[in-house]
Design a protein around this ligand. Structure first.
Ligand SMILES: Nc1nc2c(c(=O)[nH]1)N[C@H]1C(S)=C(S)[C@@H](COP(=O)(O)OP(=O)(O)OC[C@H]3O[C@@H](n4cnc5c(=O)[nH]c(N)nc54)[C@H](O)[C@@H]3O)O[C@H]1N2
Ligand SMILES: Nc1nc2c(c(=O)[nH]1)N[C@H]1C(S)=C(S)[C@@H](COP(=O)(O)OP(=O)(O)OC[C@H]3O[C@@H](n4cnc5c(=O)[nH]c(N)nc54)[C@H](O)[C@@H]3O)O[C@H]1N2
Ligand code: SF4
Ligand SMILES: [Mo]
Length: 766
């Protein structure tokens, strides 16, 4: 077995006191209020200051929560329209701590690499540009002018614009994203990998192919009106907590909820709304009416079995289950799907999924009550080799029942980062459509590059083999968000220059190209003052509502630039007289950027006026209107093979999930309250029967390893935690286990790394 040598690219093995308790069966409650304020306190805020900050979050005149992309209801609660994890995101961003130049004088990158991600995040906001010279182990301060000159020189020296990579994370505003993609395309490349590549890309591809739009079709009102809501591969109690309020409202209106997940996540089982004293007293409400404990990646088999049972039900109740009129008028390919389903053996499918027939029959009973069915999903479905197939099966299921484009029904991919959907709308895409590029050409008068750029997986390969030499990141943490941490680290180290535009220090800054630069930026909770006064920005939530976000806090440091201003400066320095726009003029007043967006991006006519309406406006969505933007103008049924889920002897299927105390790579704390974990992150959840068979006790120290593509990978010293998870399935946390996710195992058609289905072996630690 190869030795494991920590490279500094991975989180160190912290020796926190790990405490394991029974998992919770309900989310939120008073503990969530305590936790919100504890996190604000940890970042230096008194209770009045916490209330002042949180009270403006998600209000129409305030700033958009930097957490997830869940939409705001029209009837917002004054001062309290946020959840525990939104409060943590705000605390992390608005921290009173500062990682200034003295901090970087004190710690070398080697010392910083030995600190935990939690510790790095506690050090506070970055205040000035920093540079790491070749051979140096200390970041040193740099002035803004020199930073831009150096970056521009490196970009201009490249043999081809395609040797540069421009990554984006999903917090970037529409204004900054629009300018960024414009600059990158005017520079001459489509190399715009983004966090979507690792996230909902499979949703975008699967939905685009079948219903003609890569976004969900439902609104928040639809969720409230639905009769059945299926929540698959998603842990809303942690990752989209206010969704529980919407689910609760739907239940009050008569909806039944089916949860499909390998884990009985607390937020799927029950919810105690902390804002309701009666719920706090009575113990809240049950969320899932039916919990289907699917095995990891058993969803295609489950959905096929479900559709087979629906066909059987239709045979018993002709005309009541299928929506023949809709199928006839609006879809293609149903006959082939029906023939395919009729050739399937339901018992084999059920066995593959790990679901009992009686349970699935119960699901059918719930579903056939009404056509108002919504399917919500997130990473449990997209991050699989067959991630696109998973989404297409959901579409098959909805289409056969005509459950799309009517109130209370449709597709609901629940997005992650707060503006990840908007970034795509603005053109952050390594594979832009011809129509999009034509429009850029028409409006800006230059010929944008037409060939596809690199997505995340391709970008790592390009850095590894020297085809890409400059890596520029607009936010995010490319090192820890991507698979195969050691390979990604080598890829970044192979660059001539790495640049990170960031609010806070993360491990990605410690793995450096020959030269490395950090540009600190304003956060969206802060006042963004430009020549025409304070500016607001805009974002698009998971349901296609575009609205404004106005920061009101004093910037963490007077010298911080906004992301939009950083892009503009870069555009000016790099493109010089060849530039398609006057960058400085645009930055004086963001209305000017929005006027350009209105010209270049479909459905943004009159943007400045419409976005000033409190709550913003809803973008046109074809699928919502049954106006399917596909070649035939119809929605397409598809046939997707069920994956072979056999495992080699002694192997396990591992999913990497988030704890309740992290936002992707930023770690807010070392607890995962709902799953009963305190004080540690290096845990592996294992079924008790499997533990017995393998001879592991609770608390055993194990090494997790695998072999893929000729490479042996090992993540040492994890603690075994017995957990109600299906046999041969295990769960670990992201990013600790990313080292085990093979770079070249990704979703067919979307390149999304299969980080929810990693074959591993588990052995006692040596
Ligand atoms: N507080 C907080 N909020 C966040 C984030 C965060 O890190 N912290 N991240 C944001 C981002 S970028 C995103 S994309 C979202 C992520 O939101 P989620 O997708 O909810 O996040 P994960 O932790 O990856 O959880 C995946 C869920 O899918 C289940 N699952 C895994 N494999 C399978 C499978 O094969 N089938 C089924 N049916 N289920 C499966 C897991 O048990 C888990 O419940 O959250 C966003 N919001
Ligand atoms: N194994 C495994 N890997 C995964 C996943 C998984 O489930 N399992 N999930 C994937 C998913 S869904 C996603 S979305 C990616 C996330 O990938 P990324 O978006 O690249 O990563 P984050 O960890 O969200 O980035 C956090 C960093 O962003 C910076 N930041 C925060 N706010 C701002 C801001 O306002 N402006 C700027 N410029 N910078 C800011 C801070 O420096 C912070 O450290 O990870 C993916 N990786
Ligand atoms: S649900 Fe998401 S957007 Fe809403 S407050 Fe919580 S983290 Fe923020
Ligand atoms: Mo994500």
């Amino acid at each position: 077995m190869a030795d494991h040598r920590p490279s500094g690219a991975e989180p160190p093995e912290t020796d926190d006191e790990l405490v394991v308790e029974a998992p919770k069966t309900k989310a939120a409650g008073l503990a969530s209020i305590r936790s919100s304020f504890a996190h604000m306190h940890k970042h230096g805020h008194s209770i009045p200051s916490a209330i002042r900050i949180l009270g403006r979050m998600n209000q129409t005149d305030g700033f958009d929560c930097p957490g997830c992309a869940w939409p705001d209801p029209d009837d917002r609660a004054a001062l309290t329209e946020f959840c525990e994890n939104g409060a943590k995101a705000a605390a992390w961003e608005t921290t009173r701590h500062r990682a200034d130049w003295k901090f970087f004088q004190r710690y070398s990158i080697d010392e910083l690499a030995r600190k935990s991600d939690y510790w790095l995040g506690l050090q506070g906001r970055l205040t000035q540009p920093l540079m790491l010279r070749p051979g140096s182990r200390f970041y040193e301060p740099l002035d803004w002018d020199e930073a831009f000159t150096r970056i521009a020189d490196s970009l201009k020296r490249l043999d081809s614009p395609n040797e540069a990579l421009f990554y984006t994370s999903g917090r970037t505003s529409n204004e900054a994203a629009f300018l960024y993609q414009l600059f990158v395309r005017a520079f001459g490349t489509n190399n715009l990998p983004d966090c979507s590549n690792m996230c909902h890309e499979s949703s975008g591809v699967g939905l685009g192919q079948t219903v003609g739009i890569g976004k969900g079709s439902v609104t928040l009102d639809d969720v409230h009106e639905a009769d059945t809501i299926i929540v698959m591969g998603q842990n809303p109690g942690t990752n989209h907590p206010r969704m529980l309020t919407a689910l609760q409202k739907a239940k009050k209106n008569g909806a039944q909820i089916i949860a499909i997940n390998p884990l009985p996540e607390a937020g799927l089982m029950g919810f105690i709304n902390p804002k309701s004293p009666s719920q706090v007293l009575t113990g809240g409400t049950q969320i899932a009416d039916l919990f289907l404990q699917v095995q990891i990646n058993g969803d295609v088999a489950l959905l096929k079995a479900l559709m087979c049972l629906l066909l059987e039900a239709e045979a018993r109740l002709p005309g009541e289950v299928l929506d023949e009129d809709f199928i006839e008028l609006h879809t293609d390919g149903f006959a082939q799907l029906r023939a395919h389903l009729e050739s399937q053996d339901v018992d084999t499918l059920l066995e593959t999924a790990g679901i009992a027939r009686a349970d699935l029959e119960r699901a059918v009973e719930i579903i056939v009550r009404s056509r108002k069915t919504i399917v919500c999903w997130a990473m449990g479905l997209t991050q699989h080799k067959n991630g696109v197939g998973n989404i297409r099966e959901i579409v098959n299921f909805l289409l056969m029942r005509g459950s799309i484009g009517i109130p209370g029904a449709g597709t609901c991919p629940v997005r992650g980062h707060s503006n990840v959907q908007g970034d795509r709308t603005m053109g952050i895409h390594d594979r832009p459509s011809k129509a999009f590029l034509d429009r850029i050409q028409e409006v800006f008068g230059f010929d944008p590059p037409r060939e596809n750029g690199f997505n995340t997986v391709e970008a790592i390969h390009a850095m590894l083999d020297g085809r890409a030499k400059v890596f520029f990141a607009m936010g995010g943490n490319f090192l820890q968000a991507t698979p195969d941490t050691e390979r990604t680290a080598r890829a970044l180290e192979n660059c001539d220059l790495t640049v990170h535009v960031s609010t806070k220090l993360n491990r990605g800054h410690l793995v450096r190209g020959k030269w490395s630069i950090i540009l600190p930026c304003l956060a969206r909770s802060e006042v963004d003052a430009q020549a025409y006064g304070p500016q607001f920005v805009t974002v698009e939530n998971s349901m296609g509502v575009v609205h404004s976000s106005q920061g009101h806090l004093k910037p963490a440091h007077p010298e911080l630039h906004s992301e939009a201003a950083i892009v503009a400066r870069l555009g000016q320095e790099v493109l010089g007289p060849e530039t398609p726009v006057s960058w400085c003029w645009l930055i004086e007043n963001y209305d000017r950027i929005r006027d350009l967006i209105a010209k270049a991006i479909p459905n943004f006519e009159d943007f400045n006026a419409r976005v000033r309406k409190p709550g913003g406006f809803e973008l046109y969505n074809g699928a919502r209107e049954r106006d399917f933007d596909t070649e035939s103008g119809k929605a397409g049924f598809t046939i997707n093979p069920a994956p072979n889920l056999s495992l080699p002897d002694g192997a396990y299927r591992m999913m990497t999930v988030r704890t309740h105390d992290q936002y992707n790579s930023p770690v807010y704390g070392n607890d995962d309250r709902y799953r009963g974990i305190r004080g540690g992150r290096r845990v592996v959840f294992v079924n008790e029967e499997d533990m017995r068979e393998a001879g592991f006790a609770a608390g055993s120290k194990v090494d997790i390893s695998n072999d893929f593509g000729g490479k042996h990978r090992i993540a040492p010293r994890f603690t075994v935690v017995p957990y109600p998870i299906p046999r041969r399935c295990v769960a670990t946390y992201f990013p600790e286990a990313n080292i085990l996710v093979p770079l070249d195992r990704y979703a067919d058609g979307s390149f999304t790394p299969a980080s929810k289905d990693v074959t591993v072996r588990i052995s006692p630690s040596r």
